[in-house]
Design a protein around this ligand. Structure first.
Ligand SMILES: Cc1cc2nc3c(=O)[nH]c(=O)nc-3n(C[C@H](O)[C@H](O)[C@H](O)COP(=O)(O)OP(=O)(O)OC[C@H]3O[C@@H](n4cnc5c(N)ncnc54)[C@H](O)[C@@H]3O)c2cc1C
Length: 495
């Protein structure tokens, strides 16, 4: 069996089904990768009655999911939304996601929103509870264990005029912005084991087994020096994104290769995507990264203004941090400065955007930042004049975040790429149906092949529209759907 682990852009060759030994092990469903997507797929497939094998390349379960902060983007009237007095509906959630996503997949968004409350309940039934509490501030993630906050652009213009805003960022009850999801992954492991899934660690899928008609019928694997292959009625690829693969990043999302802090784990090398390609998978949104350098907390800095190196504003500063970053990266030289006066500077609790300097006068600041003469003076005069009236005719920043920046000295925070510490991960992946079936470029589905999580493309598709929690949310939601559909295929095959 040809069981190598190709690096870079290499697409692993498929193993012809005819080469599979007659006595090869046989499972109903093989799931590749034990992160949130693979764990949920395996659990639902097993609960549907399938005999499931879960292959994990690492020595433990969890992948990038275990490293993550723990935001799940859920709504439509979850128990936390209700307990904290936030009205939300399936329709409002769907309309918001439709409006804020660049190339929305309506079928998937509608399914995700319609199933969101039930999915919230399913997640809690793993054995934890989201705290019934709300964090009202502007932060990357709740500082404590508060269960809910705004993690998108719901209150940002133009979205707030189109759909009534509701907070949907549900955080697992663990403080901090990393490793919160580990509790979910540990519970998922327990439930997966209880359900009878066979999990093999340190066993990476290396190739897909494909029959003459193009149907996927198994997986080849490697465990240290041992190699082998198993037959399956359905294979679910849930092997993570590609932020750790320098060649794929250079080819698809070069911005992620620039002095960036990569948000990923070792095996985010795109092998899942390349396995899909080997069977003919179409890829979607591969050029869309999530990139961000949050400058808040403290919330007070949101009242400042952001200018580019022409001294012009270009974004509503109250945008979700990744949306702000998306527009920063589109400015000349990817350069931008956040300016706050003495009344609005506070201790930085997210020091990714460094304080460049302090200036006694606006003229001195303009010269110090080498901005065109008169540019910053004019921009600040206009901003301050309107902010004093609670207005922002240029970018419609919410009145809650408008305040004149008139009380010098002024602090300048440098958002420029290469100076501020940008972090990111990839959003693109295999094109799939709402049930995780992998599509070919012509839209037809590849028999026997499913995908979910960061190696698939679902509702989180573009950096400007991203809401924190959509990766874990869609990975778990569409992972479950893929597992159920894969088990149904296996059942149908035995009839
Ligand atoms: C610090 C940090 C914070 C984050 N916070 C959030 C957040 O709060 N909310 C949110 O929605 N998203 C967040 N994200 C993003 C999110 O964690 C990921 O997008 C998500 O966990 C991906 O889940 P997954 O199941 O697709 O992949 P993973 O969790 O990475 O799982 C994939 C698994 O597949 C395994 N694997 C890879 N190749 C093979 C192979 N060939 N054979 C077998 N196994 C293989 C890997 O080892 C891994 O265990 C964060 C990311 C980071 C790094």
């Amino acid at each position: 069996m040809n069981a190598q682990t190709p690096a870079g852009m290499a697409v692993p060759p498929v193993v012809p089904a005819a080469d599979l030994p007659a006595d090869a092990e046989r499972f109903d469903v093989v799931v590749v990768g034990f992160g949130i997507a693979g764990g949920c797929a395996a659990l639902e497939a097993a609960r549907s009655g399938a005999r499931v094998l879960l292959l994990e390349r690492a020595a433990v379960h969890g992948g990038t999911s275990s490293m993550s902060g723990g935001h799940f983007y859920l709504g439509g009237g979850t128990a936390v939304q209700k307990a904290t007095g936030h009205d939300d509906t399936v329709e409002a959630m769907a309309r918001y996601l439709m409006e804020s996503t660049k190339d929305p997949d309506e079928e998937k968004i509608r399914a995700y929103c319609a199933g969101s409350v039930a999915h919230f309940d399913w997640l809690e039934a793993l054995g934890f509870e989201f705290e019934r509490s709300y964090f009202p501030g502007k932060a990357v993630i709740q500082p404590g264990t508060e269960g809910l906050m705004f993690t998108g652009n719901e209150k940002v213009w133009p979205f707030r005029d189109e759909v009534a805003p509701a907070p949907r960022g549900h955080k697992v009850p663990v403080p901090g912005d990393t490793e919160g999801t580990k509790i979910v992954m540990d519970l998922l492991r327990d439930r997966v084991e209880e359900a009878g899934v066979e999990v093999r660690y340190e066993t990476g899928a290396t190739n897909l087994v494909v029959d003459a008609g193009g149907t996927v019928t198994g997986v080849a694997w490697r465990n240290f020096d041992r190699t082998g292959a198993v037959a399956a009625a359905a294979v679910v690829l849930a092997a993570g994104g590609f932020v750790m693969n320098a060649d794929m990043v250079a080819a698809y999302t070069p911005a992620l290769g620039e002095k960036l802090f990569t948000l990923g784990s070792t095996y985010d090398d795109g092998l899942g995507i390349r396995l899909g390609q080997s069977a003919g998978a179409a890829l979607e949104h591969m050029d869309e990264p999530f990139i961000t350098a949050p400058f808040y907390p403290p919330s007070s800095l949101v009242k400042g203004l952001i200018v580019n190196n022409r001294g012009e504003r270009f974004v509503a500063e109250d945008s979700y941090h990744a949306r702000t970053s998306y527009f920063v990266l589109k400015q000349p030289g990817a350069a931008a400065y956040l300016i706050a006066d003495s009344d609005h500077m506070d201790e930085q609790r997210m020091p990714l955007v460094p304080l460049k300097d302090g200036y006694e006068t606006i003229e001195e600041m303009e010269a110090g930042l080498k901005l065109p003469p008169g540019s910053l003076t004019a921009t600040m005069a206009r901003y301050n004049e309107h902010a004093a009236r609670g207005e922002d005719p240029d970018f419609h920043k919410h009145p809650d975040w408008l305040a004149p920046q008139t009380n010098g000295p002024w602090g300048v925070y440098d958002l420029t790429l290469g100076t501020a510490l940008y972090a990111g991960f990839t959003l693109g992946g295999m094109a799939t149906t709402v049930d995780g079936e992998v599509r070919r470029p012509d839209g037809s589905v590849i028999g026997g092949l499913y995908a979910a999580g960061a190696c698939a493309s679902n509702i989180a598709q573009d950096g400007a529209g991203y809401c924190s929690g959509t990766q874990l949310g869609e990975g778990s939601f569409f992972g479950r759907r893929a597992g159920i559909a894969a088990a149904a295929r296996a059942r149908a095959a035995t009839r």
